[in-house]
Design a protein around this ligand. Structure first.
Ligand code: B12
Length: 210
């Protein structure tokens, strides 16, 4: 973590919203917002997760910090409710999990890159299978941050295979960062570490499918 990200971490852990906002504003004065999110906010939140894991901070601190980050991110990311034409059959979802910030960022970057993408919000396996089949989704982006949710990708894959869907699945989020082989084990077709990776994967697959 660089000095700026450490400062943000300190501001967040002490729940100093004003300081966090000031640092964020300073950073977006120098770099594009998405770069600031990836280089400043994501590492600070990861650091908070590690400290919580080590029993050094309380869950309430993570909760409040993530609320502060969500507010800051929400203000700089474009809403772009309706995407553009030409990239149908693409969807993003948070599977059985309540960590929504990563999906929000990936969705924004996908839309900013010109993709017309369904936002399924948060869903469990059965509902997701129905939606994928109904919308004839060809590429599904899944964001999960809990290991049990990551393991549900396997269940999803089997259910979709049984229904004859040939959807390609890309996954991202903490469990796949912790265990680099997990995406293959759960039957995903690709894994990405950042929102930019999601764009690269989808571009590649669309070329292959054209
Ligand atoms: C903030 C946070 C919370 C917030 C969530 C707020 C919200 N609305 O999202 C709150 C406080 C609510 C929370 C609750 C819990 N949390 Co929590 N949380 C975190 C924390 C610290 C940061 C997550 C985050 O927002 N990161 C910032 C975003 C932007 O990053 P991201 O999601 O990874 O997304 C980026 C990339 O991964 C990628 N990406 C994401 N999705 C996709 C998809 C594709 C296709 C691609 C290509 C890329 C991609 O792009 C994004 C942008 O770079 C993580 C620590 C960590 N290392 O992730 C723990 C963490 C995920 N939480 C954890 C736990 C255990 C919990 C709780 C169970 C705690 C509890 N005892 O109650 C609950 C459960 C909630 C639930 N049922 O879902 C554990 C999970 C461990 C595990 N292996 O399962 C973690 C890893 C902490 C830890 N180190 O132990 N949490």
């Amino acid at each position: 973590m660089d000095e700026f990200s450490s400062e943000l971490y300190e501001a967040l852990v002490s729940l100093d919203r004003l300081r966090a906002e000031t640092l964020f504003q300073q950073a977006i004065g120098h770099k594009p917002p998405m770069q600031v999110i990836e280089e400043l906010i994501v590492p600070a939140l990861e650091q908070l997760g590690e400290k919580w894991n080590a029993g050094q901070i309380a869950l309430s601190q993570i909760y409040m910090s993530s609320r502060i980050c969500e507010d800051m991110v929400e203000r700089v990311l474009p809403s772009m409710a309706s995407g553009r034409k030409g990239h149908r059959h693409l969807a993003i979802v948070v599977l059985s999990d309540y960590h929504l910030l990563g999906k929000r960022i990936v969705l924004s970057v996908m839309r900013a890159s010109g993709f017309d993408i369904f936002d399924y919000g948060r869903m469990d396996v059965d509902e997701l299978v129905e939606r994928v089949l109904a919308d004839e989704v060809k590429i599904l982006l899944i964001s999960v941050l809990m290991l049990p949710a990551a393991l549900k990708v396997k269940e999803l894959r089997s259910a979709l295979d049984a229904k004859g869907s040939r959807v390609r699945i890309a996954v991202g989020g903490a469990p796949f960062l912790f265990d680099p082989d997990l995406w293959r084990e759960v039957g995903a077709d690709a894994m990405g570490r950042t929102a930019a990776d999601a764009v690269a994967i989808v571009h590649r697959w669309m070329e292959e499918m054209a």
